[in-house]
Design a protein around this ligand. Structure first.
Ligand SMILES: NC(=O)c1ccc[n+]([C@@H]2O[C@H](COP(=O)([O-])OP(=O)(O)OC[C@H]3O[C@@H](n4cnc5c(N)ncnc54)[C@H](O)[C@@H]3O)[C@@H](O)[C@H]2O)c1
Length: 347
C-alpha cells in the first residue's frame, strides 16, 4: 500500500507515518511545508528507510501537489496538514484560511483528478481521509450530552471555523463528485513530540524551569483528552474499514478541566522530580490564573459510539497512564527539549 501523509512532520502526523512504515509496511510520502510547529526530528527513526520519502511542499501549492500525487500514485491520502493553534488563529487568522481551507481545496481537486484517472482495483480502494477536530461543533454546557456526528457545526475560533470550512469542502466533494472521502473529528491529543505551545508540553516545560503556570480564566473549561497513539489506531481503522462519505467522532472518554490537567501534571512532577527548581516545595505553587482567551469554549465532549460499534475501536491508554508516559518522555528527551527551547528563543 502507498500512502501520502500531509502534515507528516507534525505531532500526530509523525506518529502516523512511523506506524504506517514500521508496523504496516506502507510506502509513505510525507508532504509537509515544515512550519514552526513541525518536528522533522520526530521522523529520524525512519528517515533512512526505503519505504519513506519526503517533500517539503505547501498543500496549497496545487501544481506541485498535482505532480507529487501523479508521481507517487497513492492508494490513500491522509490530510493532517493544518495550522493548529487557537491562540495564533486569534492573533493572525490568514494562514489558517490559506492552509486549512485553500490547502484542503487544493488536495481535494488534485485527488479528484487523480482518482478519476485510476481504473479497476486502484480506483476502488482509493480513499481520502481528512483529520479534523471536535472544536468544529462549538461548545457544550456542562449538563449537555457529548457531541455525536449528528450535531451541527458551530465553531467559535478562527481555527475551528477554518477546520469546519475544510470539513464542509470534503463532504461536498463526496456529495457532488463522489470522491471517496472520510472525516474524523477527534478531541484533544497528547503524547510525545507535541509542540511546546500546546497545554500539556507548555506546562511541563514551564514547570521544570520553575516558571508560573498560567491558566486561562477560571481553568474550569472542560476538554476531552486522547493519547496520540490511540488516535492513530482510530484513523487507520477509519481509512481501511470506514464507510465512504461518513464522519467518525474519536474521543478518549477523559473529560478534564484545564485546571485538573495542570494539577495532575504538577502531582506527577512532584513525585518524579526530587530536586525542584527555585526551592519549590511543590509544582502546584506555580499555578496562576490569567485573563481568559476571547471566545473561550466552555466544554467539548465527544461520543465515539459510532466508531466503537462499527469499527470496534476503543482507547487503550487512560488519561493518567498516558499523561505519565508523556511527562516521562519530555523529561527524558533533553535533546529535544533543548532544541525546541532554542527554537522558541527562550532562555
Ligand atoms: N493536536 C490535537 O489535539 C488535534 C486534535 C484533533 C484534530 N487535530 C487535527 O490533526 C491534524 C494534525 O494536528 P497536529 O496537532 O499534529 O498539528 P501540528 O501543528 O503539530 O502539525 C501540523 C503539521 O502540518 C504542517 N503544515 C502546516 N501547514 C502546512 C501547509 N500549508 N502545507 C504543508 N504542511 C503544512 C506543519 O508543518 C506541521 O508539521 C490537524 O489537522 C489538526 O486540526 C489535532
Amino acid at each position: 500500500m502507498k500512502a501520502i501523509v500531509t502534515g507528516g512532520a507534525g505531532f500526530i502526523g509523525s506518529a502516523l507515518v512511523k506506524k504506517l512504515i514500521d508496523e504496516l509496511k506502507y510506502e509513505v510520502l510525507v508532504i509537509d511545508c515544515l512550519n514552526y510547529a513541525s518536528q522533522i526530528d520526530s521522523l529520524d527513526e525512519i528517515r533512512n528507510k526505503a519505504l519513506y520519502s519526503f517533500s517539503q511542499s505547501d498543500i496549497s501549492d496545487k501544481p506541485k501537489i498535482e505532480d507529487l500525487v501523479k508521481d507517487f500514485q497513492p492508494n490513500y491520502i491522509f490530510n493532517l496538514a493544518a495550522e493548529t493553534h487557537v491562540d495564533r488563529s486569534i492573533e493572525s487568522p490568514e494562514p489558517f484560511l490559506k492552509t486549512n481551507i485553500l490547502g484542503t481545496y487544493s488536495l481535494l481537486e488534485t485527488s479528484l483528478v487523480y482518482w478519476r484517472s485510476l481504473n479497476g482495483k486502484d480506483k476502488e480502494i482509493f480513499r481520502f481521509l481528512h483529520v479534523s477536530t471536535d472544536e468544529v461543533f462549538g461548545d457544550l454546557n456542562l449538563e449537555d450530552p457529548p457531541f455525536t456526528e449528528q450535531n451541527s457545526y458551530s465553531p467559535s475560533s478562527p481555527y475551528s471555523a477554518t477546520k469546519a470550512g475544510s470539513d464542509h469542502l470534503v463532504r461536498a466533494w463526496f456529495r457532488t463528485y463522489h470522491l471517496p472521502v472520510l472525516i474524523t473529528n477527534c478531541s484533544n491529543n497528547f503524547g510525545p513530540y507535541q509542540f511546546y505551545e500546546k497545554l500539556i508540553p507548555h506546562m511541563i516545560l514551564r514547570a521544570t524551569r520553575g516558571e508560573k503556570l498560567p491558566i486561562y480564566g477560571s481553568g474550569l473549561q472542560v476538554r476531552d483528552w486522547l493519547y496520540v497513539y490511540d488516535h492513530i489506531e482510530a484513523i487507520i481503522k477509519v481509512i481501511t474499514n470506514g464507510r465512504i462519505g461518513e464522519s467518525y467522532n474519536i474521543g478518549g472518554n477523559a473529560e478534564r478541566t484545564n485546571l485538573q490537567v495542570v494539577q495532575e501534571i504538577c502531582t506527577i512532577l512532584d513525585e518524579v522530580i526530587t530536586e525542584k527548581p527555585n526551592n519549590l516545595e511543590s509544582f502546584h505553587q506555580l499555578i496562576t490564573h490569567v485573563e481568559d482567551r476571547p471566545g473561550h469554549d466552555t466544554r467539548y465532549a465527544i461520543d465515539s459510539s459510532k466508531l466503537n460499534n462499527e469499527l470496534f475501536w476503543h482507547p487503550t491508554e487512560s488519561f493518567e497512564s498516558g499523561l505519565r508516559k508523556t511527562i516521562m518522555w519530555y523529561l527524558n528527551n533533553d535533546l529535544s527539549r533543548t532544541y525546541e527551547t532554542k527554537r522558541l528563543g527562550l532562555k
